[in-house]
Design a protein around this ligand. Sequence first.
Ligand SMILES: O=C(O)CCC(=O)c1ccccc1C(=O)O
Ligand SMILES: [Mg+2]
Length: 371
Amino acid sequence: MEIVKVTLYHIELPLLTPFITSYGAIKTKAFYLIEVENKLGNKGYGELEAFEIPDYTEETRETAGLILVNHLLPLIKGVIIEHPQEVRALLAPIRGNEMAKAALETAIWDLYGKEQNQSIQHLIGANRLRIPVGVSIGIQPSIEVLLQLVEGYVATGYQRVKLKIKPGFDQEPIAAVRKAFPELTLMADANSAYTKEDLPLLKALDKYDLAMIEQPFGFRDFVDHAWAQSQLKTRVCLDENIRCLGDVQLAHQLGSCQSINLKISRVGGLQEALEIVDYCQSHDILVWCGGMLEAGIGRAFNLALSSRDEFSFPGDISASNRYFAEDIIKTTFDLVEGEITVPSGDGIGVEVDWQVVNNYCLKQTDYVLID
Ligand SMILES: O=C(O)CCC(=O)c1ccccc1C(=O)O
Ligand SMILES: [Mg+2]
């Protein structure tokens, strides 16, 4: 295939409730929907998931959009792409900027799947029809509110609950949720809110039988995480500082974690994600699918990836109605007995709902890649 046109749709979908982490609050899902078009006029879609503020990783929607347009598109202009696996090497001259790369790469996977009349799920060697999922819960104003929320999600069928924590909101909420739900698969995510000095605090969480604690320390740290993992009973999971397979290898060799939160966007695309899955499988690392509050296209990619057999631990892939009143695709992802059905149509297997896109699109820009 040859990509002859790329369109970016700047979309802002309101979130039903703000999502609050140790570092800030997200009130709307602002992103680019990216459309790639081949010579026949066939189209593929991806999402650029970088947030508005560079407080999760360094990229923002705005910087990633600029990198995509000014530096990535020229690298694919005029290139015949036989398989989406080739895209990563084409984009390699540009350092970092994983979310910009993932947006383009996933859109090309979708287009390739449509050209071949095959689902992404099938293309990546996965075949599970439904996958068990979990929910990630932001920091709440009180323990009572948190308990009510957890109760609601558990009653709805979510098979695992992740609680956001920060200094001052850790022991109490975890103790309370564990007491109310003794059997629940429960974990905590600190989004880098702690330092080495806080180890006693983290050690005190060992008694709550957490499945893991995600990213307690700095977003570029491997050494302190290794030290923490050696002191803790609870598994350490890394999120923010895993940007490529090499980071997973480094973490494994140093003993920085026993689990990886894998996000397609944070590692630069589906191909890198698949190689990370293989490495984790052969090195006894528990790999599971994380989330970026994805809208429908990104969520569909997460479902496809999670339908690989290696994903036994329920990921952060909630149903559409956990975040959105309206989504940009024609189907919704519903929770049925704690599971969500993986899309099976060609490519990513879901159709863009243009009426919704038009309602929430702030700006559309076309880039023509032929002279
Ligand atoms: O439901 C989701 O999409 C995952 C939510 C989540 O935990 C998260 C959301 C925004 C930024 C970072 C994170 C994270 O995994 O740390
Ligand atoms: Mg996280």
